[in-house]
Design a protein around this ligand. Structure first.
Ligand SMILES: [Zn+2]
Length: 154
């Protein structure tokens, strides 16, 4: 069994962004259903690991050369996706939740010098790399409403 799914999942009854309880089912994945907030349109998993289990899973020994290699590919694909979906020249700031090694942030800053980018990453190794090697604004924490409203992030 998947290590993540063998842990206890906690139901989320409020939107992670706006705290609304006005949610509807969006995708009925069997283990982790996705819901949509009818107020701000944010889509998110309605069940998550507890903060303790998340930290235990990501915090120590999560990063690896294999992850780094995968994220090199993902950052290229994600940049293309963002450029396809959005007019990035009209965006002032961007928060990358689960930014990993911060590779997408680095690409965005190089290509769009006016955009202010920040990241949140729970893996200590990956967030340290993003900060110390790539000099990106990344904090080592879980994403939550408290994180989102921090003035130093966006
Ligand atoms: Zn919302």
């Amino acid at each position: 069994m998947n290590k993540t799914l063998s842990r206890n999942l906690i139901a989320r009854s409020k939107c992670s962004l706006c705290q609304s309880s006005n949610l509807e089912d969006y995708i009925q994945f069997p283990e982790i259903p996705v819901v949509k907030c009818n107020d701000c349109k944010f889509k998110f998993s309605s069940k998550i690991l507890s903060e303790h289990d998340l930290k235990a899973y990501y915090e120590d020994n999560f990063g690896s050369n294999r992850h780094l290699q995968g994220q090199i590919v993902n950052s290229k694909v994600n940049l293309i996706a963002l450029e396809t979906l959005l007019d990035i020249t009209k965006i002032d700031s961007l928060l990358d939740v689960g930014t990993g090694y911060g590779l997408l942030l680095e690409k965005l800053v190089k290509r769009y010098s006016k955009i202010k980018v920040s990241g949140v990453e729970l893996s200590r190794e990956e967030s340290t790399y993003a900060c110390e090697v790539l000099h990106q604004n990344v904090i080592n924490t879980t994403f939550s409403y408290r994180t989102f409203i921090r003035k130093d992030l966006i």
